[in-house]
Design a protein around this ligand. Structure first.
Ligand SMILES: [Zn+2]
Ligand SMILES: [Zn+2]
Length: 332
């Protein structure tokens, strides 16, 4: 009998599904690509044809222009070569999916990036039982335990109200994190205009077109200093300390990222108010997910795999590291 999953071949540049003649999240242009979600390290430009959810394809079109797009909605099935393929929600960003592959009586799930906590901007993660679960491990160490998102947003609002002469400038990745922070604020009845850096505009507009209402957003560039006092401004992390932010009224520098758990990282970016808001599973969510999915084997694509490999072994689950390159997730 062939080894379990022998038809799935990991290469440094991605996962090749041989009987479908297709790649999952390839980091180099390929004739046929299955893409889990729109983040640039998973969704590259230049593929011959792309199978992904309609939302992911819309995000890719916004970034790369039109391409040969093959939309597959959640719950729909397609057949490529001899493989039955489905997309189920991964709870990571709008449109993000785990890809379910069935061939020769075996079921393999490629999770892409995922998280388990509620996110008002996207569909929640769905447990898809399988023989092989191919997982990320961005925060695959027991020290990574993300706090409750609501309490982080409360800290932001508390600080904003404590210093009304200043503004709070939040660094947030342009796809997913920025819109999630806005929706978390709206969910806590914050209905003031939120000011955004120009680099966030296109994706915020796209989220709204795709049915995620973000409330009143205003461009931060060009707004008078007096108007910005006591307000929340969002920008990409790279703009936190650049010239652009110097014209804001004495900003309290914040950043929304799972990496804010590490003090050193907050200091490197001169972040005064670190907000631990992550779009990746923390240690407890990773192990909970593997328990629920109950696979025979776990293959780990990228991240901190050692502790998770060990955890799998002590739970009688065979584990394997794939060492794929090009998935960064530094920008979570
Ligand atoms: Zn991602
Ligand atoms: Zn990623």
């Amino acid at each position: 009998m062939a080894r379990l999953g022998s038809w799935i071949e990991p290469f440094p540049e991605g996962i090749f599904v041989r009987p479908a003649d297709a790649w999952v999240d390839p980091s180099q242009p390929k004739p046929r690509a299955l893409v889990t979600h729109g983040h640039a390290d998973h969704a590259r430009s230049g593929h011959g044809a792309v199978w992904a959810t309609p939302e992911t394809l819309a995000i890719m079109a916004t970034r790369y222009g039109e391409q040969n797009a093959q939309p597959v909605g959640y719950g729909e099935a397609v057949r490529l070569g001899e493989v039955d393929i489905g997309f189920v929600p991964a709870g990571h960003v709008l449109g993000s999916a785990q890809i379910v592959l069935e061939y020769g009586g075996e079921r393999v799930v490629v999770s892409g990036d995922y998280k388990r906590r509620p996110d008002p901007t996207c569909a929640p993660f769905v447990v898809a039982p399988c023989d092989i679960f191919i997982s990320e491990a961005t925060f695959g160490l027991p020290v990574f335990r993300h706090p409750d998102t609501g309490s982080e947003v409360d800290r932001l609002l508390h600080r904003l109200r404590a210093e009304p002469e200043r503004c709070v400038l939040v660094g947030a990745y342009a796809l997913g994190k920025a819109q999630r922070v806005i929706m978390e604020l709206r969910g806590r009845a914050y209905d003031e205009p939120i000011y955004i850096h120009g680099a966030l505009e296109r994706l915020c507009r796209l989220y709204e077109e795709l049915g995620v209402p973000l409330g009143e957003l205003r461009p931060a560039t060009g707004a008078p200093k007096s108007e910005l006092k006591g307000k929340i401004i969002l920008c990409p992390p790279g703009a936190l300390n650049d010239r652009w932010s110097r014209r804001l009224p004495d900003p309290i520098t914040a950043m929304a990222s799972g990496w804010m758990r590490i003090r050193q990282r907050a200091r490197q970016r001169n972040v005064e108010l670190p907000l631990i808001i992550s779009d990746h599973a923390d240690w407890d969510e990773l192990t909970q997910t593997i328990r629920e999915v109950a696979p025979k084997e776990v293959w780990i694509t990228h991240g901190r795999e050692d502790a998770l490999m060990h955890w799998c072994m002590t739970h009688q689950i065979k584990a394997r590291e794939l060492n794929l390159v090009g998935y960064e997730d530094e920008d979570d």
